[in-house]
Design a protein. Structure first.
Length: 131
């Protein structure tokens, strides 16, 4: 049975995270290899994962990228980075849930394109460091 994009899209995030069974990885890799849309979605998800990894694990590089994009002074970026990380990790569970609900609404209205926003558990894990 040939699987379609509708079946593939929800599995792209788990595939990138190494959470799929080998048989699912095999058909998904085959599909993404011949489907330009799913290949592009996978690339976007990988880029987002890499950006989150840089943000939390390579702060100097994260601030360097922000400086290149925004042209803000280094001191401003350092303060903004520190405050953002502190704010995101210090939110109460209710605040995290409210933000996730707001992200879902933004996704439904088309403002957010990535499939990441359809997965509250993934958002909790990647952006708020919650299991």
């Amino acid at each position: 049975m040939k699987r379609r994009c509708e079946e593939s899209v929800p599995l792209l995030g788990p595939w990138i995270d190494g959470e799929l069974a080998a048989e699912d990885v095999a058909w998904l890799a085959e599909h993404a290899g011949c489907c330009e849309a799913c290949s592009a979605r996978k690339a976007l998800l990988e880029a987002q994962r890499d950006a989150v990894d840089i943000w939390y694990h390579k702060p100097a590089r994260a601030m360097e990228i922000v400086a290149e994009v925004t042209k803000l002074p280094k001191e401003v970026i350092q303060v903004a980075y520190k405050e953002t990380v502190r704010m995101l990790s210090g939110l109460h569970d209710e605040q995290v849930e409210t933000l996730i609900a707001q992200l879902k609404i933004n996704k439904e209205f088309g403002f957010l394109k990535s499939d990441l926003w359809d997965s509250p558990d993934r958002i909790r894990k990647e952006f708020f460091h919650r299991a």
